[in-house]
Design a binder for this molecule. Structure first.
Ligand SMILES: [Zn+2]
Length: 135
């Protein structure tokens, strides 16, 4: 266990500082695997929880943006069609810009609050509110 921790420390030291510049918020990279005509996003739930968003909300967005059918399968998401990691990373990044990042302070500490049929993005850090489109 000690060896593992020491290795981890060493690994962390080797990561360039720029990675940590934006604080604790990191968008996890997609782990996408294309098999046949389907794409499995293996860390789908991990991404949703890192972004602090409902998996169903993010899934609806991804399906629409990818123009694909698909479903959530445990921790993974399965899309009908071939989508590279780069394409999925790009869609996730856009999702973050639209449904996670605060319009005022640019911080990630936001909540998506649903009021009847309208979604509001509420910032926990600066208190700003913004309406966002529905997915
Ligand atoms: Zn804010």
């Amino acid at each position: 266990m000690e060896d593992y921790e020491r290795q981890l420390d060493r690994a962390l030291e080797q990561i360039p500082k720029a990675v940590f510049e934006k604080g604790r918020f990191q968008i996890p990279e997609a782990e996408a695997i294309i098999i046949g005509n389907r794409t499995t996003l293996r860390n789908f739930k991990g991404i949703a929880s890192a972004l602090n968003r409902e998996p169903e909300h993010m899934m609806k967005y991804l399906l629409r943006e990818l123009g694909a059918a698909g479903n959530i399968d445990g921790h993974q998401a399965v899309f009908q069609g071939k989508f590279t990691k780069g394409v999925i990373d790009d869609r996730v990044k856009r999702y973050v810009e639209e449904f996670v990042t605060c319009r005022e302070c640019g911080g990630p500490d936001t909540k998506l609050v649903r009021k009847e049929r309208v979604y509001m993005l509420r910032c926990e850090a600066c208190g700003a509110r913004a309406s966002v489109r529905s997915v």
